[in-house]
Design a protein around this ligand. Structure first.
Ligand SMILES: *[C@@H]1O[C@H](CO)[C@@H](O)[C@H](O)[C@H]1NC(C)=O
Ligand SMILES: *[C@@H]1O[C@H](CO)[C@@H](O)[C@H](O)[C@H]1NC(C)=O
Ligand SMILES: *[C@@H]1O[C@H](CO)[C@@H](O)[C@H](O)[C@H]1NC(C)=O
Ligand SMILES: *[C@@H]1O[C@H](CO)[C@@H](O)[C@H](O)[C@H]1NC(C)=O
Ligand SMILES: *[C@@H]1O[C@H](CO)[C@@H](O)[C@H](O)[C@H]1NC(C)=O
Ligand SMILES: *[C@@H]1O[C@H](CO)[C@@H](O)[C@H](O)[C@H]1NC(C)=O
Ligand SMILES: *[C@@H]1O[C@H](CO)[C@@H](O)[C@H](O)[C@H]1NC(C)=O
Length: 816
């Protein structure tokens, strides 16, 4: 979209809002004999906040909510989140005993919050104050009867608390919306864990989704960067006998900010940009491999963007090295040298720059010094680590862990954790240090000697390495050849299951061979991929690669059940997917109506998950090479499962990328660099994924001449992205949302691989409201040398003719 368009659009929206702006309620308070009806709103004294009726997203249900007056679309609190109204004839009232009541037109009470005992209340009044708190108070005693800040929904405003009153047990916490269209309570909550050393935990139902680490006096241990916005906000953490709570306050009253637990469980802070009239994403809780709770197991430590994600803490080694080397790190680490349990044998290793481990079972004493903390930990055999409760100054207070250390992470600027290890483990680094000192003071002669020694050492290391390599390779091979991990089916079983590969059982045809449906004697349905015979690897490589595919297990990948080898026949046996493949639905005039928007979005998320796993989370960094709608299979619940992954690896490496008979990759999904230079990387998969996303949105197929890309780009430029959306799902999704998905898809199909996001970056875009880059024009319609097909000769402008189905209408041709 061009800037100019944007501005004129905003003006139109502003005018529109002005024309239809709901009538403001006469005063900023509501008395007992008054009411607020749909269309009226209540403002806070300085008109910062507004309360009224709204419909979220594309829903038509009505809710009572509070929003910033500058941004009516962003609702911060919802009254009747679990009891939607279905028309605009409801009324909000306050009764004599201070209860807020929301009536529908038939006089039924739809929503009413519980208040404290009503005795002795004389003249209640409802007020929305300038911090966004909706308060019912008694005018005579000025006491608060009820306030919305005690019942947050998904947003934490300045002055609101997340915490627990330890005397009454009353908890204040955030809970996510179900979806953008449904404010009812979703899967995620953001709660203070008051056990052990308190920290805030985001729960995905009953599982930990993310943690903040302990409050160390200055910041939550996981986010040292919050220190840097002390010019904007002040954070407060209260920990005493009465309560544990966390709040923030604004440094300047003109700052407009909110912290949101979104419907995907992400924590985001937004700040209002007055000059551009939009919300800037200020901070986002990182999502990456380390976000999975206890990813590296007990005594493991997780590192974002490192070469290795998981490693063992100092003095520890993997419990099961085999599992660990396959990147199944959940088993964690064990001590290399046991603790002697005495002051002589044990010491502490300072592990710097970390987020504290899960502290639910930690022991806290705020009153002792850090020296005393160290002493206690050393004395107590079961203590494994400690850290000061407050890191300010010299550090004070004490947090001790007597259990396994779980979910420790490296964070930039993080705090220190003191790890109890055997003194023999501490010695190791000291030796290195003294060697350096010797090096510094030595004469040039010694230096020369050292250099030669170094050269010798390096040379030896290299030799050792290559030996190690050979040994490892050898091991891997012999392991796989035992075949223990890849179930082998005999040919007779497969022939029987598929009725001798009967044509009626044929499911489809891929770049690698034909696929047949079959049924094993036990009743299990299978899909058999019979690999074409001409271009196969040798037996060993085939087995090794098949082993690899069996190791790739993810709920969004089709599972390989086994293989079958007989003479020149090579077959892969997969689980059978009842709902066929995605192309069967989205490109079919009637069937595509059965995929509503939510299902489509879930399919997109599933594919993205599977691809992220292939690219990054599995050990093997697999590039799919042929991601397309036909390779996304659907199970009975319509969960997408990527198929054909890893198959490319079964073919000879040196095989040409473009082979006129068997093109690996499918026209329309292949990235320019793949087509032009045969260059392939995970970013070529991202390109295919982008094309697929556009197809899922539009229900139209991208042809070899990239017409869908061209069409999507044209609409994007005109600011008409919503038009791309499949007619069959219109109405159930908002225009802004679609524009965002189209933008994400266009970013995926950028010409330069570097301009495309990685799948993990894509995931962040998908799950959060981060601002997206503007995409550049994708490469379309230009002649690409060497491509054996119909890339168009012309620079064209494209238009889909809706009456002609998927046919392309060329509206303008400029010869080139
Ligand atoms: C709301 O108040 C108006 C006057 O302030 C009154 O006319 C109307 O009947 C009231 N509505 C309800 C449902 O009580
Ligand atoms: C509104 O909801 C009520 C039940 O809550 C239902 O009986 C009524 O038919 C609905 N009205 C409309 C217009 O959907
Ligand atoms: C006000 O509403 C509450 C909740 O419905 C009810 O318990 C209470 O009796 C009402 N008070 C009066 C005076 O009607
Ligand atoms: C509005 O919906 C309520 C139920 O939620 C129903 O009782 C009432 O009759 C409806 N009013 C109108 C005008 O449709
Ligand atoms: C809003 O209400 C709360 C609770 O009564 C109070 O602590 C706060 O100071 C009020 N804020 C403003 C701006 O009036
Ligand atoms: C991962 O390793 C643990 C033991 O270390 C084992 O129990 C578990 O089954 C393994 N998981 C997978 C998916 O291989
Ligand atoms: C050592 O820690 C354990 C576990 O918390 C505790 O029960 C025990 O009392 C401690 N022992 C000493 C001597 O502090």
């Amino acid at each position: 979209m061009k800037k100019g368009d944007m501005i004129s659009k905003q003006t139109t929206i502003a005018l529109f809002l002005l024309a239809f702006s709901p009538s403001a309620f006469p005063a900023d308070t509501l008395q007992i004999d008054q009411n607020i009806t749909d269309g009226q709103t209540l403002f806070s004294p300085n008109s910062i906040f507004e309360l009224g009726f709204f419909s979220p997203g594309s829903s038509t249900n009505r809710f009572v909510g509070i929003w910033f007056a500058v941004s009516p679309d962003t609702v911060l609190w919802v009254a009747n989140r679990d009891s939607p109204l279905n028309n605009t004839s409801a009324t909000l009232k306050l009764n004599k005993t201070g209860s807020l009541l929301l009536y529908d037109s038939s006089g039924r009470i739809v929503w009413s919050p519980r208040t404290r005992s009503s005795s002795g209340i004389n003249s209640p009044i409802l007020q929305l104050n300038d911090s966004g708190n909706l308060v019912v108070k008694d005018q005579t005693t000025n006491s608060i009867i009820w306030q919305s800040f005690d019942y947050p929904t998904n947003t934490l405003l300045a002055g609101m608390k997340v915490g627990k009153n330890l005397r009454t047990g009353f908890e204040t916490y955030l809970s996510s919306w179900k979806s953008r269209d449904d404010p009812s309570e979703g899967d995620y909550t953001y709660k203070m864990d008051t056990q052990g050393a308190p920290e805030v935990i985001t729960w995905d139902r009953s599982e930990i989704s993310s943690r903040t680490g302990i409050w160390n006096g200055q910041y939550f241990s996981f986010a040292p960067q919050t220190l840097t916005y002390s010019n904007l906000l002040n954070f407060h953490f209260v920990l005493n006998q009465d309560e544990v709570s966390y709040t923030y306050e604004l440094k300047s009253t003109s700052t407009i900010t909110r912290l949101v637990l979104n419907e995907n469980g992400l924590i985001e802070r937004f700040v209002w940009d007055q000059s551009h009239q939009n919300w800037n994403l200020f901070w986002l809780q990182p999502v990456d491999e380390c976000s999975n709770f206890a990813k590296c197991g007990p005594f493991g430590i997780c590192q974002r963007d490192g070469i290795k994600t998981c490693s063992c803490l100092r003095g520890f080694e993997p419990v099961t090295p085999d599992e660990w080397s396959m990147r199944n790190t959940s088993g964690g680490c064990k001590r290399t040298v046991p603790l002697g349990c005495s002051t002589n044998s044990d010491g502490f290793y300072r592990l710097g720059g970390v987020e504290t481990p899960y502290s639910h079972d930690a022991i806290v004493d705020a009153s002792i010094s850090i020296e005393e903390c160290k002493r206690r930990c050393l004395m107590n055999c079961s203590c494994v680590a400690y850290t000061p409760l407050d890191i300010r100054g010299e550090g004070s207070g004490c947090v001790m862990w007597n259990t396994e250390l779980v979910d420790t992470k490296y964070v930039i600027g993080g705090q220190d954790l003191y790890l109890k290890v055997s003194k023999s483990e501490l010695g190791r680094s000291n030796k290195k240090k003294s060697a350096t000192i010797v090096g510094v003071i030595s004469s040039s002669l010694i230096l020369l000697l050292l250099v030669s020694l170094l050269v010798y050492l390096l040379w030896r290391k290299k030799i050792r390495h290559s030996r190690q390599d050979i040994k490892e390779r050898h091991l891997a091979q012999s392991n796989s050849l035992k075949g223990a991990d890849v179930p082998v089916f005999d040919l007779d079983t497969v022939l029987q299951a598929t009725d001798n590969f009967s044509i009626t059982n044929k499911l489809g045809e891929g770049g690698f061979g034909l696929v047949y449906k079959g049924q094993l004697p036990c009743g299990q349905e299978i899909a058999v991929k019979r690999l074409s015979m001409d271009s196969l690897q040798g037996l060993n490589e085939f087995m090794n690669e098949a082993l690899l595919i069996t190791k790739l297990q993810h709920r969004n990948l089709v599972r390989l059940l086994g293989c079958c080898i007989d003479n020149n026949e090579r077959m892969l046996i997969y689980e059978y997917m009842t709902n066929k493949s995605l192309d069967y639905y989205i490109f079919d005039a009637t069937r595509r109506a059965t995929l509503n928007w939510t299902t489509r979005l879930e399919i997109v998320i599933g594919i993205a998950r599977g691809l992220l796993y292939l690219h990054q989370d599995s050990r093997f960094n697999v590039i799919h090479r042929d991601l397309k709608a036909a390779n996304v299979l659907l199970d009975e619940q319509m969960n997408p499962k990527i198929s054909d992954f890893g198959t490319a690896r079964l073919f000879k490496r040196e095989q040409g990328i473009i082979n006129t008979e068997t093109v690996i990759g499918t026209r329309g999904y292949m990235s320019p660099e793949y087509v032009l230079e045969g260059a392939i990387s995970i970013k070529s998969d991202v390109y295919s994924f982008g094309v697929l996303l556009l197809e899922i949105i539009s229900g139209k197929k991208n042809q070899g001449n990239q017409n869908l890309l061209a069409y999507a780009w044209k609409l994007w430029e005109e600011g008409n992205s919503y038009k791309l959306l499949d007619e069959a799902v219109k109405c159930s999704v908002s225009e802004t949302e679609i524009r965002r998905y189209v933008q994400m898809a266009l970013l995926c199909v950028q010409e330069c691989p570097e301009d495309r996001p990685s799948m993990s970056a894509f995931f962040t875009m998908l799950l959060s409201d981060t601002l997206l880059h503007d995409p550049k024009k994708p490469l379309v319609g230009t002649r690409i040398r060497g491509f054996p097909s119909d890339w168009s000769l012309y620079q064209q402008s494209y238009e889909y003719d809706s009456t002609a189905g998927d046919q392309l209408t060329i509206t303008g041709i400029e010869g080139r």
